[in-house]
Design a protein around this ligand. Structure first.
Ligand code: HPA
Ligand code: ZN
Length: 326
């Protein structure tokens, strides 16, 4: 057959996606107008001029500031729907997305507003867009573990439709070991566990996430390259690493795309997948990430299929859904 999916749009799962990081400049202006919010930018060009980052924190500052336009359930729902439309075009057939409840709670937006706004759209994602989905509540590691514990308790009390918890925001100086009781409680509640580790932080944060938090999967994990024994362990135990190439370039977590470790990790047999992280901020969705990887590393069809397959096997989808997608 000559009909086939373009290689840059292989059916895949997206496992590392912050829904607030899909908030495009146009939607920021639209929601600001709808909610009567004065933006500190005169127009789209002035906002777009801010999308130059030197490190994780310089991005987080803009990411948290822009969220201020998210006020109602409809705002969260519109943002989520816009992502699903774009993700379907990118070839995404399953998504496990993170939401940052604390980033909204500190602005006075109730937990129910953000969770219900996102979850109401995800509930229909398979029917409407052919994308099965799961929601992960991510905790901000630069805020207190006690606050995180209270938010988890509230999520459980409201029976929030989440499949797992994650850990994000400023990594260096906020190690996984600070969140051991939080992860114990989530695990006891039957939730899946993921954590950002080894994005900007040292490789031993990856080990802490595995050994102390007992995570099922590592978000980023690229700094494992500093520890060959850890790389070996990640290969042996087939720990999924959700890699985000354009994010790493834009936040200068790597010197250049050419020096990105993804091809080496793939070559060494690790379960690495390709993800967009915060696509509205980093220059592209999952298909764009695949496209720059193909161009830069001349990946062959077998390597591209392996990356897409890893995203399915590394997901929390049911065995039945995995079979459908593989
Ligand atoms: N790293 C840490 N925190 C984040 C990110 C990220 O890439 N995106 C949104 N919050
Ligand atoms: Zn991330």
């Amino acid at each position: 057959s000559f009909e086939r999916t373009p290689l840059s749009k292989l059916p895949c799962a997206e496992l590392h996606l912050h829904i607030e990081g899909t908030l495009e400049p146009e939607l920021i202006f639209e929601l600001a107008a709808r909610n009567g919010i004065d933006l500190p930018y005169a127009d789209l060009d002035e906002l777009r001029a801010r999308y130059e980052f030197t490190d994780l924190q310089s991005f987080l500052d803009l990411y948290y500031a822009n969220m201020n336009v998210l006020r109602t359930e409809a705002d969260f729902a519109d943002m989520t729907r816009a992502y699903l439309v774009r993700a379907a075009a990118a070839g995404v057939r399953h998504v496990e997305m993170m939401v940052d409840p604390q980033a909204h709670l500190v602005r006075g937006v109730p937990l129910e507003t953000c969770i219900n706004g996102v979850a109401s759209v995800l509930a229909e994602s398979r029917e409407e867009f052919g994308i099965s989905s799961g929601l992960i509540a991510a905790f901000l590691r630069d805020r207190s573990p006690e606050e995180a514990g209270q938010v988890l308790a509230d999520l459980l009390a409201m029976d929030a439709p989440i499949i797992g918890i994650g850990l994000d925001s400023a990594e260096v100086g906020n190690p996984p070991e600070n969140f051991v009781p939080l992860y114990e409680r989530a695990r006891a509640a039957g939730l899946k566990l993921v954590a950002h580790a080894g994005e900007e932080g040292p490789s031993h944060y990856i080990e802490q996430a595995l050994d102390l938090l007992l995570v099922d999967r590592i978000d980023h994990g690229i700094r494992c390259m500093d520890d060959p024994a850890l790389v070996e362990r990640l290969e042996r135990d087939q720990i999924p690493l959700t890699i985000c190439p354009l994010s790493n370039v834009r936040l200068q977590a790597v010197d250049s795309l050419e020096s990105h470790p993804l091809p080496l990790l793939l070559e060494q047999g690790l379960n690495v997948s390709v993800n967009s992280d915060d696509p509205a901020y980093f220059g592209g969705y999952v298909d764009d990430n695949f496209a720059v990887l193909r161009e830069t590393f001349d990946l062959n069809p077998a390597q591209l299929a392996q990356l897409a397959g890893n995203s399915i096997t590394g997901s929390f989808a049911s065995a039945e859904r995995k079979d459908e997608l593989l």
